[in-house]
Structures are given as structure tokens and as C-alpha cells.
Write a protein that binds this ligand. Structure first.
Ligand code: FAD
Length: 400
């Protein structure tokens, strides 16, 4: 099978890229290969469903710029295509004195990122927004929303396929890539696909795909499982919308929080633990090769040395419902262990370099034949239309 472009990975980033390429250049032939029987089965289909406003990201970074642009495009897209979302707003609450300067920094960052409707709230105003939350001060972020990213992804897929004639191959796992004089051969369990350009959007496996042609790659994916619980239905009155803590700047995640889901219910969590398998959604999931492969990578060992204390705390909370409830009580004191029932889990692809640095920003790399997306953690779902458009521009330019 011959195509101009082959995209590896049917998550929200690959699908947005596919749709954007066909919109920009309908004449190009494009195939998207996905190893699972359905699209959006991994990070995209197991995320928190938050439309991030862009408060947290370093001004000028790819995360900040793509989040702001992607946010606006996503809302436009959903309005046009009839995808449901709710801009319910979110509260970021400082519960300890030492978090107050960090909350102030977040406010300044939000303003620098163009979010001029973010409001500082004194202690006594918190309960106007969230009647059961307590803290010393808070930020109200009216821009934040909730959505179902699986539904968004299905829309991207439909537009790519049905309106623009793109081709999607599910149950098609890429096992190798060969570069030859005319282009590339993408080898899969269902035969080979030749392409003039490959785009790697394989999420948790993006480093493995990249390593097929670049064995000396300087980054590896570390899978972090985020484990969630749900508030029991009769206790969901404790949270109106989204309540988040002030994030720890030394850790790449946002901390234990509450999120109202657009499908209904209040989700709480996550614990963020190293998953012993890239698609390990259960505590018992373990894959020998991946486990020892990670331990053999110098960058990973350095991350473990740096974060072991925090990591142990996360494992403790993972196995101890009381510890998780205590973390949640900092934001909403009335929550008890009895109010929590089992929830889902998602595994985040976090890139780490050889020196043990967790890559903070989105990371792309390209050569003559392949464009790689090597780090697309949160807010990449919010930013998917911006990321997809940028990659599409790069891809289309090669065929001009
Ligand atoms: C728990 C959690 C909560 C999050 N919350 C939010 C949020 O609220 N808001 C937000 O904006 N972002 C959030 N994110 C981040 C967001 O979900 C991801 O950034 C985004 O989904 C990344 O999309 P992707 O297409 O790169 O990866 P994925 O969705 O993982 O897609 C990659 C695809 O590649 C396929 N693939 C892999 N290897 C191969 C192969 N060899 N051959 C063929 N196919 C292959 C996989 O099966 C998969 O379908 C969250 C992520 C997690 C995990």
C-alpha cells in the first residue's frame, strides 16, 4: 500500500494531525495506523477530560502557546461540530501558608499567558464558588471546561475519513520502519505501507517507534499511572466543578484534585505512580522487558534517585484509601474514606532525557523522512488542534 504520508498512532494528536493535513492539502494520500481495534484507547480515552486554560505553563513555551491557541480552536470546533462541553471554571486553592507565594506566581503566569479574567479570591470568598472547599486563598479560573476527548477524537476521525477520504487502519501494529532510496516502508502485522513521510504520534510508544530509526535517541518514555476514585453519588454535592491544589513545582503533575466529569460524577485523584508496563492500568500489571528496559536507562535511574521519596508517598496513597482521603480533605474537609468508590486509571507518557531530566515542554523532532512527537503530555488533548495544525503545516510544506 502506497501513501504520501503514514501516521502511526490513533490518539487525539495523530487524528488531529491527519484531519489537518487533509484540510490543508486534500490531494495528499494519508493513512493512519492504530494497533488497537478502536481509536483513542490509551491516553486520550483515559484522561480527565479537562479543557485546560493555560494557567500553569511557562509563558512562551510550546505548552503555553499551543494550549491557548488549541483552547480557542477546540471551542470553535465543538461549536461547529456539535460536540458537548461545559466551561464550568476551576478553583485552585492554597491550603498552606507556604503555598501562598506559589499561588501568586500562578496568578502572574496566568496573566502573562493572556488569561486576564482569572480572579484572586481571599479566604472568605472561596465558598461562594465551592461551598465545601476550604483554604487560605484561591484563584478562580473561569475559562476551564470539561469535555469528552474520545468524542472529540471520533469527530476528528470522521472528518478525516468521511469528508476528506483519509484511510484509517485499526488492529495494525507498527513493528519496524525501513528507510530506502524512494522513501520509507512501515512494517506492520498486516503488511507493509510505503510512505514518503511518516509521522510518529504513538504516545506511550513514541520513543520505541523513534528508536527504530534513531537507536541513539536521547529520550525515553516513563509511564506514570494516574489512579482515580469517584465520589459516591450521594456525596457529589460536596464538589460543584473542579477543585485543584497549588501544584508542587518540583513535580510534573498537578496534585490530587476533584474534577466533575462531563459524563456525570465527580472524579478524585490521581496518585501518580510509575507503571511497570506502558499500558499498565492495573496495580498488578507488570511487563518484564519494559521494567528492566527502564531500569537499564541511566536517565530513568536518575529520576528514581531524585523522586524516590515522593514516589514512595504516591505508592502508599495508591494502596491506602485513608491516605488518599487525607490528601483530598485538604481541599474539602468533609470528604471521608467511605465517600470514595473505585474509579478508573490512565497512564501518562512522560519523556525523560538521559541526564534524568523530565521533559517539561512538548517535544518534536524531525529528519528527512519522519516527524516525531516525543513528548505530548497534558495539556496535549486541549492543544490537539494547534499541535495537529503545526505538524500538518510542516508535513504539507515538504510536498510543496
Ligand atoms: C490520566 C490522564 C489525565 C489527563 N488529563 C488531561 C486533561 O484533562 N486535559 C488535557 O488536555 N490532557 C490531559 N491528559 C493528556 C492527554 O490525554 C494526552 O496528552 C493526549 O491524549 C496525548 O495524545 P496522543 O495521541 O499523543 O497519545 P495517545 O492517546 O496515547 O495515542 C497514541 C496511540 O498510538 C497507538 N500506538 C502506539 N504504538 C503503536 C504502534 N506500534 N503501532 C500502531 N499504533 C500504536 C496507541 O495504541 C495509541 O492509540 C491526560 C493524560 C492522562 C494519562
Amino acid at each position: 500500500m502506497k501513501f504520501d504520508i503514514v501516521i502511526i498512532g490513533g490518539g487525539i494528536v495523530g487524528l488531529s494531525t491527519a484531519m489537518n493535513i487533509k484540510k490543508q492539502s486534500p490531494g495528499l494520500t494519508v493513512a493512519l495506523l492504530e494497533k488497537e481495534p478502536v481509536l483513542a484507547a490509551h491516553q486520550t480515552g483515559n484522561n480527565s477530560g479537562v479543557i485546560h486554560a493555560g494557567v500553569y505553563y511557562k509563558p512562551g513555551s510550546l505548552k503555553a502557546t499551543n494550549c491557548r491557541t488549541g483552547y480557542n480552536r477546540l471551542l470553535e470546533f465543538c461549536n461547529h461540530e456539535g460536540v458537548k462541553y461545559d466551561l464550568c471554571g476551576k478553583l485552585i486553592v492554597a491550603t498552606h501558608k507556604e503555598e501562598l507565594p506559589r499561588l501568586e506566581n500562578l496568578y502572574e503566569r496566568a496573566v502573562q499567558n493572556g488569561l486576564d479574567r482569572v480572579k484572586k479570591l481571599p479566604q472568605e470568598a472561596i465558598q461562594e464558588y465551592e461551598p465545601y472547599a476550604t483554604g487560605l486563598a484561591a484563584l478562580w479560573v473561569p475559562y476551564t471546561g470539561i469535555i469528552d476527548y474520545s468524542e472529540v477524537s471520533r469527530k476528528y476521525a470522521d472528518i478525516f475519513k468521511d469528508r476528506h477520504g483519509g484511510e484509517i487502519f485499526t488492529n495494525t501494529r507498527v513493528t519496524d520502519i525501513r528507510i530506502n532510496a524512494d522513501g520509507t516502508e512501515v512494517i506492520t502485522g498486516k503488511g507493509s505501507f510505503s510512505a514518503r513521510l511518516i509521522i510518529n504520534t504513538a504516545g506511550l510508544f513514541s520513543d520505541k517507534i523513534a528508536a527504530l530509526t534513531h537507536p541513539d535517541l536521547n529520550v525515553r518514555i516513563i509511564p506514570f499511572r494516574g489512579e482515580y476514585v469517584m465520589l459516591k453519588k450521594e456525596k457529589s454535592y460536596l464538589v460543584r466543578n473542579l477543585i485543584y491544589p497549588v501544584p508542587d513545582p518540583n513535580f510534573p503533575f498537578l496534585g490530587v484534585h476533584f474534577t466533575r466529569r462531563i459524563q456525570g460524577g465527580i472524579e478524585a485523584g490521581p496518585n501518580a505512580v510509575w507503571a511497570f508496563k506502558r499500558e499498565g492500568y492495573k496495580k498488578t500489571d507488570f511487563e518484564f522487558g519494559e521494567f528492566f528496559g527502564a531500569l537499564g536507562w541511566k536517565g530513568f535511574r536518575k529520576v528514581m534517585l531524585q523522586y524516590w521519596q515522593m514516589g514512595l508517598g504516591e505508592y502508599y496513597r495508591s494502596f491506602n484509601k485513608f491516605a488518599l482521603a487525607r490528601a483530598l480533605q485538604k481541599l474539602v474537609p468533609e470528604v471521608t474514606t467511605d465517600d470514595l468508590t473505585a474509579g478508573g486509571a490512565g497512564v501518562r507518557a512522560q519523556a525523560c532525557d538521559r541526564d534524568g531530566g523530565l521533559v517539561d515542554d512538548f517535544l518534536f523532532a524531525e529528519d528527512d523522512f519522519i516527524i516525531h512527537v516525543l513528548n505530548a503530555p497534558s495539556p496535549a488533548a486541549t492543544a490537539s488542534l494547534s499541535i495537529g495544525q503545526t505538524i500538518a503545516e510542516k508535513a504539507v510544506a515538504r510536498f510543496a
